[in-house]
Design a protein around this ligand. Sequence first.
Ligand code: IMP
Length: 500
Amino acid sequence: MAYYYMEPSRTFSEFLLVPNLTTKACNPANVSLKTPLVKFKKGEQPAYSLNIPFSSAVMQAVSDDRMAVALARSGGISFIFGSQSVESQAEMVRKAKSYKAGFVVSRSNLTPDHTLKDVLELKERTGHSTVAITHDGSPNGKLLGIVTGRDYRVSRDSQSKSVADFMTPFEKLVYGKSGITLSEANDLIWDHKLNCLPVVGDEGNLEYLVFRKDYDEHKVNPMELLDANKSYIVGAGINTKDYRDRVPALVAAGVDVLVIDSSDGYSEWQKDTIEFVKSNFPQVKIGAGNVVDKEGFQYLVDAGADFVKIGIGGGSICITREQKGIGRGQASALIEVSAARDAYYEQTGEYVPICSDGGIVHDYHITLALAMGADFVMMGRYFARFDESPTRKLKVGNNFVKEFWGEGSNRARNWERYDTGGKAGLMFEEGVDSYVPYAGSLQENMSKTLHKIKSTMCNCGSISIPELQRNARITLVSATSIVEGGAHDVILKENNIAGE
Ligand code: IMP
């Protein structure tokens, strides 16, 4: 007879945190979000920890070298997608590992057709006084000019004046060529008394800006996730098919941490893959998954996984549950696995971190996941919305959106992720192709999310993730109290925006 779980499996939105006493020490400024990335023994330090509990999903639409740099700079880790050739994935790892702080992707960009009014509004919004003017207003478009505060006079110039009429045009700019080193860039900045040096590729596309003021700041960014050589820590996704070719190339490119990316990780294929990595590259760490129960967790731990990823069917673009009828509510999966992780630690003195992967919709879901025992989360949709994700930004109706597609969609064709062994058979989709609302820069959005998490942790009387995991009190909520939790029984004004 089949085994029945008679309790329904639950999702994050069915729970709320109940505040604990907020002591005076509980101030967001005192909260540490440092968290282990890989397993460690009691009394020892993990080989890698994250400074914030965020990782970006192993997806074409999310994690390339640019995302890897942006996230490592803020203290998290990206796992560069594996559904590409071994060479191109290794190249992305190499680029992210060789990236040097000080080169920033331009975050305030307009086109020559914009107006002074647009410049002033952008400056107000972002606080940036240097605006790159590119042919399409994107951070890597063809560079046509730069606007700084020296190019206009608010008191005299008409706000409708077109940017083309007052920008410093490309012909008059001092710029660096692609591949320039930071010290060469700084020499140009000093020699020409610049505040900002654009770095331009062979086709005239803007690659980076180097700011005079950033030079020192970058040296002291406290959250950056760096290895002993001051390169960013970089992760990469692998599959259980071509790991014999892929892993050596990724290791040669400098990858720090691997993760086996699969919709169902409770498999002998994962065990073989872990064993291959452990016996050939003992210095490289490897996470495995995804699983949704204690049996799956224990199997991967026994196989040697350095961390375990939790979640089947909860991803925003995922249709696995509809297609195959497998999965489990993310909260229930996490609660069971974190209990198994704690019991294993109790018995053996070995702590194996767990990652809650998929289904994060609201910022508070992250705090809930941590409180339920996750050491860090993995997110796809969340990061896909930012400038730093690899996909196109488009205008649909009146809204800017970014493209976002699942690894199991026909677009990604990452069939290895769904492979259950044997000969390749008929493939069917387990993911969709979609848009997500464009949200701006990673750093601006993430700092708001992080502040919300820290502030909620203070409500829960905790200033570290382990404390939150120990102290949290979590309640199930009824369907009617979920309604009570939103704005209700009022007439909303039009400019209220639902969601985050
Ligand atoms: P999100 O944060 O809710 O967007 O979920 C991202 C997670 O969904 C990823 O980390 C994967 O575990 C999972 N995922 C990615 N692509 C697919 C797909 O095509 N089908 C099912 N799950 C997917």
